[in-house]
Ligand binder design. Structure first.
Ligand code: PMP
Length: 344
């Protein structure tokens, strides 16, 4: 009999799948790493597991302790999943702009969710930041993973995501593309792939090139923190989990392009994924096009791996909702199909 003793044992070892429709006209092989196949539905399961195990080892997290983190999404699910297995309490703080659906998901896993008002200054006692700091101080045995500053985030990707990409491509990956949020994914995976390929000759592709994808307006691509709608990526500050020496380049992508590609991935590739996935794929395809323009032979030999962090299920009322898309001008004004349209 082959079985896991708990779902949290199944984190990682996600598959690669070739993109064959959105890549038409491009000669590079483009492979997507499907992180929604993690038990909690995103790449964040990896960092949750590693951050908790490291905190146990260092004594920061003691038996019966409480995990307190300001998070509204994927990291919360990963932490809740691992905490449940290990008997920790989870308290997550999220601003009231976070959808009821997302809060309900966290509660479904057994976490407690404290909701804070969005419309207050960061130093206000009710703010997202103040409330989580106060909870950490006041709850006995509280530990805050702090994914933005926790180096076990990138370490988890160095130990799992990086080797998976290298092994599954038989060491033939030439480029790795990922969105940058905390920076953990690109830093850890990128560092591993650079180390693994350091001695590879130019005829075999040379060292793997690491390409970050970033929403237009975010600091990673030279922006000033101007708002954008794609979730989970881009920042208005530089997190410690991000090592800017790892990426060889950063490609900025607009919300409109990210969302259009996210919809195409569902419709043409059977991949119902989130907006940061569409963004990363746009960056990967621009890279493939540029390689082809510069050196058609090298482009034909290129193996581009693009990491897709989560599923599209969490975005049904946004990216996959025509009215929402139209309200931001991402879709032209247009009514739904009529019987006459369908019958031609
Ligand atoms: N996409 C989504 C949906 C995310 O939640 C995150 C994590 N913030 C990322 C991409 C970026 O990953 P990282 O934090 O490792 O840079």
């Amino acid at each position: 009999m082959k079985y896991a003793q708990h779902i949290s044992e199944l984190v990682g070892n996600t598959p690669l799948v070739q993109l064959t429709s959105v890549t038409k006209g491009l000669s590079a092989t483009v492979l997507a790493k499907i992180e929604y196949m993690n038990p909690g539905g995103s790449a964040k399961d990896r960092i949750a597991l590693k951050m908790i195990e490291a905190a146990e080892a260092s004594g920061e997290l003691q038996p019966g302790g409480t995990i307190v983190e300001p998070t509204s999404g994927n990291t919360g699910v990963g932490l809740a999943l691992v905490a449940q297995r290990k008997g920790y309490r989870c308290v997550f703080v999220c601003p009231d702009k976070v959808s009821q659906d997302k809060r309900d998901v966290l509660r479904a896993y057994g976490a407690e969710v404290v909701v804070t008002p969005t419309a207050v200054a960061p130093d206000h006692p009710d703010s997202y930041y103040s409330v989580s700091d106060r909870l950490v101080k006041e709850i006995d045995g509280a530990w805050k993973p702090n994914q933005y500053a926790n180096l076990n985030g990138p370490a988890s990707h160095y130990e799992s995501t990086g080797p998976e990409v290298w092994n599954d491509t038989d060491g033939r990956v030439t480029h790795f593309v990922a969105g940058v949020g905390t920076g953990g994914t690109i830093t850890g995976t990128g560092r591993y792939l650079k180390d693994a390929s350091a001695g590879r000759g130019e005829q075999d592709g040379g060292p793997v090139r690491i390409v970050g994808a970033d929403p237009q307006g975010s600091v990673y691509s030279g922006g000033d923190g101007r708002p954008y709608l794609v979730e989970g990526v881009g920042e208005d500050f530089w997190p410690t989990a991000y090592d800017p020496a790892v990426p060889d380049e950063i490609i900025a992508v607009s919300d409109a392009d990210s969302f259009a590609m996210t919809r195409r991935l569902a419709r043409e590739e059977g991949l119902l994924v989130g907006g940061s996935c569409g963004m990363a794929v746009v960056a990967a395809l621009r890279l493939a096009q540029r390689l082809q323009d510069e050196d058609p032979q090298a482009a034909a030999d290129a193996v581009i791996v693009v990491l897709l962090p989560d599923s599209g299920r969490g975005y049904m009322s946004k990216i996959f909702n025509d009215a929402w898309m139209r309200s931001y001008g991402f879709l032209p004004a247009e009514e739904g199909a009529t019987v006459a349209d369908v019958l031609g």
